[in-house]
Write a new protein. Sequence first.
Length: 214
Amino acid sequence: MYVTCLDLEGVLVPEVWIAFAEETKIRELRLTTRDMPDYDALMKRRIAILREHKLGLRDVQATIGKIDPLPGAREFLDELRLFCQTIILSDTFTQFALPLMKKLGMPTIFCNSLEIAGDGMISGYRLRQQNGKLNTVKALQSIGFRTIAAGDSFNDLAMIHGADAGFLFRAPEQIIADNSDVPTFTEYNELLAAILAQMEGQGAADLKKFNTRT
């Protein structure tokens, strides 16, 4: 049995921090894990910028409330979940995720959490665990699941390479060039076809025919 593990931002929804940077006109907040592989350094930088500009959790959440899934993302996810258990593995935070999950049909998500000070400012963050995406893939494999992973950023590469099959989706050119052995897609129908092709032989083809008939 397969489980597909998907990144969230850049794959299913726009990048939250880029949207917030555009809302606040703070250019420094445009940096994401597509630009910086060191997640801890990236988050500490973001938190310092927020405090400098006196922007708290509610300010970020207000922007998130305006974000819609990328065009076709909800339909892709709905179709994929007909054939395969799907988990979103993200470095976002529980305080950010709920509005986005509602718009995606409430899929399962494993993510991190923020530390919020009494004044509503973001003071830190807590990882669910180090290397959480890769460790989730390994844990699923250890209990008998075969895994498929797709993402677009530096922090997705470990799970992509650790999965039984891995794909890049709308990744930056440098990440694609540095990982030329990983199939790369830019359209949801292509990614869905690649996932289903990987699952052939595990009953996915028969399931697809059954769902088409019904």
